[in-house]
Design a binder for this molecule. Sequence first.
Ligand SMILES: [Zn+2]
Length: 270
Amino acid sequence: MPELPEVQAVASYINDAAKGKKIKSVKTFRKDLRFKIPPALKKIKDQKLNVCDRYGKAMFMHIGKHAIVSHLGMTGQWTYRKQQKPEKHEHIIIYFTNNHELVYKDPRRFGYVDYIQKEKIDNYIIKKISGMDPTKSNYNLKDFKVLIESKKTPVKAFLLNQKYIAGVGNIYASEILYKAKVHPERLCNDLSNEEIKLIYKWTKKILEDAIKLGGTTIRDFYVHDKTKGNYKTRLKVYDRQGKKCASCTAEVLKIVQSGRATYFCDSCQI
Ligand SMILES: [Zn+2]
């Protein structure tokens, strides 16, 4: 599932490939993805696709006074290419005047799109996402500390909750806690000041490092077509159960927390 660095890789790809291109028309091949596709999406025709930016795991493609909001869900993918016959699982196609197209493909359809006024983006972020994005200027230790100290949930669940921290998913949550040397089952309100500082620091650092490498491709995430993210080689615990820990002689363990796999080193993370 794409997390913040992977979504950033997609946004950068859309900027490189399609920014400034004039839209001829848009076609949708079904009425809904995870939610209904807004019919107002048709209004983007005859306008230019401007910048594509991101907050947490949500992308905003700016078009005139509006923006298409795109959440990739599990398997959502945007591809810019020469116009061709649509393939299976391709649900939205934006046609440009240069005979190219931007295609949204999503086999599992957990992704969705919204169409909102640009001036309402901030409000959308507050209402629908609300968590701090660790790569943005609103991410600060003071608010992070107040928030995490007030929660009685395991710290892994805290990191995954988009209402608290926007953009962290299952891969990076395990990596952050490994670097911070905090056991994933520890309760938030039981963490020391020093541990909170380390979790705060590594959350930002790991996401930024992963952005630099274009994200992580484990199974089915591709920036587009077959382009993979390269952070996989940096992973210390995720998907490495049974292998030796990078810092000690213990083996990386795998447990299930709230239905999601968690990877950690029982001897380094206390
Ligand atoms: Zn270890």
